[in-house]
Design a protein around this ligand. Sequence first.
Ligand SMILES: [Zn+2]
Ligand SMILES: [Zn+2]
Length: 135
Amino acid sequence: MDTKHSGSCLCGAVHFEVTGDFERFYLCHCQYCRKDTGSAHAANLFSSTAKLQWLSGEDAIRVFNLPSTRHTKSFCSTCGSALPNLQMNGELLVVPAGSLDTQVTIKPNAHLFFASKATWDDALENVAVMKGLPT
Ligand SMILES: [Zn+2]
Ligand SMILES: [Zn+2]
């Protein structure tokens, strides 16, 4: 039985299914990933064998390729949520971990481009932890 993952965007227009296993899980701190996520790093799952199927909203998906780089981002044109995309002529499936609604069972393999990380992205494990909003 192949592993099945399902995912969606924030507004619910786009739903997808991934059949197969992820081989790598990288947290990328490069300047492109920081800009495109608006956060400290991207968190992407990679697979050369899993299959992606769009269940709904495929027409709402936009793909942005940063000229002269291999940086690609797929997102919902309504809510901007990050979505899976195929890279390297369709041979590599890249799935933003946060786009999945099913549990991710593998742990990140590595932080990439750690030399490019944000100045505030340092010893974050020491930051105060709150269960919800600050009171
Ligand atoms: Zn959406
Ligand atoms: Zn990156």
